[in-house]
Design a protein around this ligand. Sequence first.
Ligand SMILES: [Zn+2]
Length: 230
Amino acid sequence: MARELARRSLPSGRTARVVMSEAADGDMAVGGPENLLVSQRHALAPGSWTWLEQVHGTSVLEVLEAGDGAGTAADAAVTVAGDAPIAVQVADCVPIALLGSDGIAVVHAGWRGLRDGILEQAVHALSAITDGPFQAVVGPHIGACCYAFGDRDLDEMAERLGPTVRGRTRDSQPALDIAAGVEHVLDTLGTTMAVVDGTCTSCDERYWSHRGTGTTRRQAMVAWIQTGER
Ligand SMILES: [Zn+2]
């Protein structure tokens, strides 16, 4: 079932929270039955969620109040608003939350978004609304064990994201270690890794895996700044 990956008291007296769903919490993919989706979301975080129409791009949405901009085509959201859950849906891509002094971000990072700079854009947008330093919370994603990658593509990624992205699958094929790429980029941006859940979504049956099974179902990472008791 859903787990809290991080809970941090902010200097303002508010609390930043980051929760990750599992398959058992239901399919969080957008486009499913709206009533079901809303009740599944409420079980994880109260209030209207801002979810994104993810396109593997580099656009970042600034959320001003709960539910603001829901359905916007973007791959990251930032907010300083209280009780305004921001979420990304994933099944192998890396879900990332960034916690600043009084603001938060969520990011959907696949290899294309990473290559094109979604993390840089998200950190930039968060910097515009709250002070650093930022800490990153990384949720379950596909491991190098299950992420065979062509040699040429891997060369390109290593050039962009550092040599640590070169991994090996369980049967020793060249593979992309996408979390290593996330860590490299965040390091260059002065962001530290506070929590890294290295669970492989393809190996672990608790999670949906697009690469593992071809599913269109998704788990969600949701982050919000809690102002009251719940
Ligand atoms: Zn694996």
